[in-house]
Design a binder for this molecule. Structure first.
Ligand code: KG4
Ligand code: ZN
Length: 330
């Protein structure tokens, strides 16, 4: 089934065309970073308005790049939540209108399920069950995935998400928004052992807490200051503290569940240090690890089309009255 995917939950307006068999024919992303960065974060009202102006050209480009006309689309998948409610409405309303006009089925997709299953888009060797770590700007959770739609949360953050910690620390250091990619780049020139920031292990639990590390960085900067020379060490040490906890707990989850396959997804999965450390740890433990290309880690519509295609091919349709939801359902 040829599926059009639409994603508008936060500050990216995205559309993708997935061919039958899950082949990505196009994956278009219009980022709004330039519209929000002067405010140091996403402004919901601006995001909604930008989605409104972007949605038609972005879908048009996805069709054009894929070489498919509207008449070639057999189903539509759209992010239903969680996210900014006004932003979600734009994608959802557009998807409904298009589906009604064309007389084709549409389904709402959970944004986190999109991230969680995104590694399967590129890696056909992944077998169930697997342990999936989803690390984004809004979420940090470890799942046991037994199959499509069969997920168990093994652990989650009790406060900030990992990406949120990256963004807040970057903002505090005056590095701009979003901060993860800037810290990742600066950290490559720094020493990860320079500053021993605390790791929130919290005993044997698979839950996370990232608000303490954020405060530790702030206190360190207040006491010792930061210069252009010390900034890379600070970034590398902060990043290492986050990566240490993510890698250790994910491995522990896989060991506890007796699972030999680990996946990594979400915006923070684009982090070069996290990718390398997880790969090393998994290989030492004799486990297989898989993560998407960076463009499929951050928000995109291919991951939404992917989950949607599975549902649509299984015969699921959603009604035109389908609501959006802003809060996490998992
Ligand atoms: O998945 P995503 O695009 O949006 C949400 O669903 O939240 O994730 C965005 C998050 C932001 O916090 C951003 O700073 C972080 O992913 N991020 C990174 C990197 N690239 C994006 N964090 C660390 N290192 C990166 N290279
Ligand atoms: Zn996301």
């Amino acid at each position: 089934m040829i599926v059009l995917g639409i994603e508008s939950s936060c500050d990216e307006t995205a559309a993708a065309i997935l061919d039958s068999g899950g082949v990505i024919r196009s994956n278009i992303i219009a980022s709004q970073i330039a519209d929000h960065e002067i405010y140091g974060g996403v402004v919901p009202e601006i995001a909604s308005r930008k989605h409104l102006t972007n949605i038609v050209p972005v879908v048009d480009r996805a069709l054009e790049t894929a070489g498919v006309g509207l008449e070639g689309i057999e189903g539509i998948a759209v992010t239903q939540g969680p996210g900014l409610i006004g932003a979600l409405f734009v994608g959802l309303s557009y998807a409904k209108a298009l589906a009604a006009h064309r007389g084709i089925p549409f389904v709402g997709v959970d944004h986190l399920e999109g991230h969680l299953m995104s590694p399967l888009l590129e890696d056909r060797e992944i077998r169930y069950p697997f342990v999936g770590l989803v690390v984004s700007g809004g979420h940090t959770s470890i799942y046991l995935v037994r199959g499509f739609g069969d997920y168990e949360v093994l652990g989650r953050t009790l406060d900030d998400a990992a990406g949120e910690a990256f963004d807040k620390v970057a903002k505090h250091l005056g590095l701009g928004y979003p901060g993860g990619v800037v810290i990742d780049r600066l950290a490559q020139r720094g020493d990860p052992t320079a500053i021993p920031f605390p790791r929130a292990w919290m005993g044997k639990t698979l839950d996370f807490s990232f608000s303490g590390i954020k405060t530790a960085v702030r206190t360190h900067v207040e006491r010792q200051g930061v210069t252009e020379e010390t900034l890379p060490d600070l970034c590398a040490s902060f990043q290492e503290a986050i990566v240490d906890v993510l890698v250790t707990k994910t491995l522990r989850a896989a060991q506890r569940e007796g699972v030999g396959q680990i996946t990594l997804a979400g915006g923070v999965a684009a982090n070069s240090r996290l990718r390398r450390r997880l790969e090393e740890a998994a290989s030492q433990a004799g486990m297989r690890v898989s993560f998407p290309s960076p463009i499929l880690c951050t928000d995109n519509a291919a991951m939404i089309a992917h989950v949607g295609q599975y549902r649509l091919e299984g015969g699921r349709h959603d009604p035109l009255s389908l609501p959006a939801y802003s809060r996490d359902r998992r």
